[in-house]
Each structure stands twice: as C-alpha cells, then as structure tokens.
Design a protein around this ligand. Structure first.
Ligand code: TXA
Ligand code: MG
Length: 333
C-alpha cells in the first residue's frame, strides 16, 4: 500500500485535504492525523473491519482497547450507556482537550474497539485539524497513537512515516504536536474515579472539579489478561536504544560510559557543557515544555545508532508526574 501524504495548515485546515481524509475514513481506510497530544492513526469506530486494520498496521495486541475521538460531548454521550455528573463536569471543563474518559460502552461500539470489554474510552481533541476532520466526517474515529505497538509516540509526521509508512492510506502532515505526550486517561466507572494514565491535564486540576480520584492500578505484564489500560504495561513508549535514567545531573555516568567505549546520548536537564563525542540534548526545566520536546528528542537520539541514552531525571514532584511515568516505561526492560 502506498501512503498518501497531504500537508495541512494546523491552524486553518485546508478543506480539500479534510475532504480527502473524510473519503478515506468513510470507505473504511486508515488516516493518520495530528492531535494536540501526539499523531493518531484513525478509522471509522463503527466499522469493525476498519478498526481491525489499525491493530494490524500497528502490530498491536488485540487486548489493547482504543480511544474513540468525537467532535463534542454530545458525540461522546452517544457512545456510552451511562453519562454521570462527574463526566459531564470534566467534559465541560476540559473538552476539547487532552483528557480521555472511560465510560460504560454503548451498543454501537464494536468489540474490536474495546477489546471486548464493557467500557469505552472517549475524547474530544483540541486540534483544529482533528476537529475539522471529526466534524466533516460526522463519525466517531477510533485512534491509537500512530506508531508501531510499544514504541515511541509520534509528535511529527516524519515519526509516523518512519514507523508506519506503507501500512495505512493517508497522512495529514500538520507539523509538530503542541503537548507532546498522550492524553490523561480517567476511568469514570469506579467510585471514586481512577487515573489510568497521567497526562497533560494534571490530577490536581481534575480533583478540583470532581473531588477525589484514585491513582492508577498495578502495572501488568500478563499478556493474556484483558488490560485495564494498555499504557499501564511496564514497558511502553520505548525507544529501541537502551535507556538509563539517573537521578540528578548524570554527567558522571555519561563520562564513565564514554570512557568504557560506549556510544552515548544524553538527555540532559537545562544547559550542560558539551562532552566530546557525546550526543547531548538539553531539555527545558519546565514540565509542559519538557513534555512537548520529549518524544522528538528520544526519536532523534534513537536514530543516532547509540549504545545507550542516559536521561537526567527531573525533580520528583507532582508537576513532573507524567514525565516520570513515560520515562520509567521507556527505560523498563
Ligand atoms: O493523546 C492520546 O490519547 C492519543 C491521541 C491520538 O488521541 N492516543 C493514544 O492512544 O495515546 P493509545 O492507543 O496509544 O493509548 C490508548 C490508551 C491506553 O493506554 C489506555 O489507557 C486507554 O487509552 N484506553 C482505551 N480504551 C480503554 C478502556 N476501555 N479502558 C481503559 N483504558 C482504555
Ligand atoms: Mg500508544
């Protein structure tokens, strides 16, 4: 299959490109598009065959359910059998935005989307391209991140092509994604609700709106168990190159590895002095800016044929929760 690529203005999406994407979705094809978090690989969520094609393209285990993207809260409600006050309040406050709500699944959602489970994850993305596409297509779009299963999420069209070129129909290239990490996922079917995946919307901000929320469940590596949340497997969002996280600055570790003859990359915090023959990327010291840059930096280091990437960990405070979550999964064996 040849993957068609159309450039699209991310602020003012070209209607011709949107029309082409709608055509592909309506005919059961796969479209990769930018969202405010990462690029997604989408299909008509009502079409089980199209949804199965997403799993095939990604090499994704079929027990990993997908998020369904809709244009507004009304569209989300149509996919569930029970829409409670808390869901209403979170939707009103954070949609469109990087928040995914897990709710009891309605009948129009096929098993392929939910991995046979009784719940469905829904989100209204805050990207002009995604919203234009969802409105024009007038259908719910199931979309995981547009990368091979288990690997780094894409924040640029080039990342999508490097991972999946030739495995899907159309890519809308809208440049880099603003948030850079995947949406916050909250399970609204438990009391109190449960944070399944930390993300751009902070736990504290969710709690301010609906009160108590439990922190996620245990990570699982049991491949046959229905996953409470695939993002909770211990290794996920990982580069191919070995990743080593170090508390504090990490320069000593980088120097040691280099002296031992390893080819080293260093994801450093803020500006550090250059080290001969070491690929250094200086990351911002602010969590949102760090998140926006994280996957692109890891993609870049991963492409540099290194033996190891040393990551200087940010502070262990709540505002860095999402970054620690993604880094620890990327570093897991
Ligand atoms: O920001 C995002 O969420 C991106 C963009 C494309 O929207 N999508 C994304 O999808 O990250 P994916 O497939 O890579 O991650 C799906 C996550 C899982 O880790 C899991 O937490 C959750 O969605 N999920 C989906 N359906 C679920 C369900 N029924 N119950 C619990 N968790 C579910
Ligand atoms: Mg993913």
């Amino acid at each position: 299959m040849r993957t068609e690529v159309l450039t699209i203005d991310s602020l003012c999406p070209n209607p011709v490109a949107i029309t082409r994407a709608v055509e592909v979705l309506r005919s059961g094809g796969l479209v990769a598009f930018p969202t405010e978090t990462v690029y997604g690989l989408g299909a008509d969520a009502r079409n089980a065959a199209a949804v199965r094609a997403i799993f095939a393209a990604k090499g994704r285990p079929s027990n990993n359910p997908l998020i369904v993207h809709v244009a507004d809260a009304t569209g989300a409600r149509l996919l569930t059998t029970f829409w409670n006050d808390a869901a209403e309040q979170l939707a009103a406050r954070f949609w469109p935005g990087p928040l995914t709500l897990v709710l009891p699944r309605g009948n129009i959602v096929p098993d392929a989307v939910t991995a046979g489970g009784s719940t469905v994850a829904v989100r209204v993305p805050a990207h002009p391209v995604t919203l234009a596409l969802l409105r024009a297509a007038a259908l719910p779009v199931a979309a995981p991140s547009a990368n091979r299963a288990g690997s780094l999420s894409p924040t640029l069209a080039a990342h999508v092509l490097a991972s999946l070129d030739g495995r899907f129909d159309l890519l809308l290239d809208g440049g880099s994604t603003a948030r850079g990490v995947e949406s916050t996922v909250v399970d609204m079917t438990t009391h109190p609700p449960r944070l399944l995946r930390p993300g751009p919307i902070a736990l504290a901000d969710l709690k301010r709106v609906i009160g108590p929320i439990n922190r996620g469940g245990a990570a699982t590596d049991d491949r046959d168990a229905p996953l409470p949340s695939p993002g909770m497997s211990r290794r996920h969002y990982a580069p191919r190159t070995r990743l080593e996280c170090v508390e504090r600055n990490g320069e000593a570790r980088v120097q040691l590895l280099r002296k031992e003859g390893h080819k080293v990359g260093w994801l450093a915090l803020a500006d550090v002095a250059a080290i001969p023959s070491v690929r250094v990327i200086a990351m911002p010291l602010e969590p949102a800016a760090y998140a926006a840059r994280l996957y692109a930096a890891l993609h870049e280091l991963d492409a540099a044929s290194l033996d190891v990437i040393v990551v200087s960990l940010p502070p262990r405070t709540d505002e860095w929760l999402t970054i620690h979550d993604r880094l620890s999964r990327a570093a897991a064996d």
